[in-house]
Design a protein around this ligand. Structure first.
Ligand SMILES: NC(=O)c1ccc[n+]([C@@H]2O[C@H](COP(=O)([O-])OP(=O)(O)OC[C@H]3O[C@@H](n4cnc5c(N)ncnc54)[C@H](OP(=O)(O)O)[C@@H]3O)[C@@H](O)[C@H]2O)c1
Length: 278
C-alpha cells in the first residue's frame, strides 16, 4: 500500500525515528523515498547516519512533491510548522499528525481547504514494534487515506480508529498507559525482592508475566475476568493476593488514573486550540 509513496517526516525526533525505522525494517517504504526534517543543523547528521535517509532543515522542500506528510514535531511547534508548509500543501497530500492534544480542526484551519488530515496517538512501545495507535480522521480524509495512514502505524504495532471525541481517552489509556504498567511491573519486582528473589530475576518474572498475560487476552479474545478466574484456584494462594489488591483499591485507582489523565489531555487540547486563535 505504501510502496512507491514518497514520505516527508517533519520532526525526526524519538517518535519520528521509531516510525521511520519500523517502515524501513518492514520494507514498507524504501529509504530513498523518505525525507526527514529537524529543527537544528546538528540533528541532521544523526538522522542521516542512523536512518540513511535524505535530511534537511527546509520543511517546504521536504513536503513539496510528497504523497504523505507525517508531522512529528512537539505540539507547541505545530502552529508555526503548519503555517510554514501551508503554501506547498495540496489536496494530493495526506497529512498525518501525531502531536498530542492537537485536533484535526487545528491542522485543517492552517492548511488549504480540503486537504486530508489523519490524527494518530501512538505510544512508546512502537520503538519495539509492539505499539498501539489510536487514530481519527479530519473532515476530508477518505477510507483510502485511512488505510494509508493505518499502514504506517501497522509497521510498528496495532491500530484502531475512533471518533475524535475519544482521543483524550486514547491518550490517557494507551499513550500514558506504559507509565502505569511500568509502575505495576516495578512494584511486582519489588515484591520479588522482598521475598528474596534477585532484582534482575524478579524484574524478568514480572515483565514476562505482564507480556504473557497481555498476549493471552489478545490471542484468546477472552474477557480478562475469565482468564483471572482460570488462575484462581479455590482456597489457593492467588485469591489471597487478589483480596489484598481489592483492599488496596487497585481497580478504582487505575480507573481514576486514566480518567484524570484524560481530563488533563482535554485541558491541553483546549489550551492548544485557544492559543491557536490568539
Ligand atoms: N514520544 C512519544 O512516545 C509520543 C507518543 C505519542 C505522540 N507523540 C507526539 O510526537 C511528537 C514528537 O514527540 P517526540 O517525543 O518524538 O519529540 P522529540 O524527540 O523532541 O522530536 C521533535 C523533533 O522535532 C524537530 N523539530 C523541532 N522544531 C522543528 C521545526 N520547526 N521543523 C522541523 N523539525 C523540528 C526536533 O529537531 P531538533 O532536535 O533538531 O530540534 C526533533 O527532532 C509530539 O508532538 C508528541 O506529542 C510522541
Amino acid at each position: 500500500m505504501l510502496k512507491n509513496k514518497k514520505l516527508a517526516v517533519i520532526g525526526v525526533g524519538k517518535l519520528g525515528e521509531a516510525l521511520i525505522s519500523g517502515l524501513l525494517k518492514k520494507d514498507a517504504i524504501s529509504a530513498s523515498d523518505i525525507c526527514g526534517t529537524v529543527g537544528h543543523e546538528e540533528s541532521l547528521k544523526r538522522i542521516k547516519e542512523r536512518l540513511n535517509i535524505e535530511a534537511t532543515l527546509d520543511n517546504q522542500k521536504a513536503v513539496k512533491d510528497r504523497d504523505l506528510v507525517l508531522l512529528a514535531v512537539k505540539p507547541q511547534n505545530m502552529d508555526s510548522v503548519l503555517k510554514e508548509i501551508a503554501p506547498v500543501v495540496t489536496k494530493n497530500h495526506l497529512i498525518i499528525s501525531v502531536a498530542a492534544s492537537v485536533t484535526t480542526g487545528f491542522v485543517e484551519e492552517r492548511l488549504p481547504q480540503g486537504v486530508p488530515v489523519v490524527r494518530a496517538m501512538p505510544n512508546t512501545p512502537s520503538v519495539m514494534n509492539v505499539g498501539m495507535a489510536g487514530m481519527c480522521t479530519g473532515t476530508s480524509a477518505t477510507d483510502e487515506h485511512k488505510k494509508m495512514a493505518e499502514a504506517i502505524f501497522k509497521c510498528v504495532g496495532e491500530t484502531v480508529f475512533v471518533d475524535e471525541s475519544l482521543m483524550d481517552g486514547v491518550t490517557a489509556l494507551s499513550a500514558s498507559g506504559p507509565a502505569y504498567l511500568y509502575v505495576v511491573i516495578e512494584s511486582l519486582a519489588e515484591a520479588g525482592v522482598k521475598l528474596g528473589i534477585p532484582r534482575d530475576v524478579s524484574t524478568l518474572l514480572a515483565a514476562q508475566t505482564m507480556l504473557g498475560s497481555a498476549k493471552m487476552i489478545l490471542d484468546s479474545k477472552a474477557h480478562p475476568a475469565l482468564l483471572k478466574d482460570m488462575v484462581t484456584t479455590p482456597a489457593g494462594c492467588t485469591i489471597d493476593g487478589l483480596m489484598e489488591l481489592e483492599e488496596g483499591k487497585l481497580r478504582v485507582t487505575l480507573i481514576k488514573a486514566v480518567v484524570k489523565a484524560a481530563e488533563r489531555a482535554r485541558e491541553l487540547v483546549n489550551t492548544q486550540n485557544t492559543k491557536s486563535k490568539l
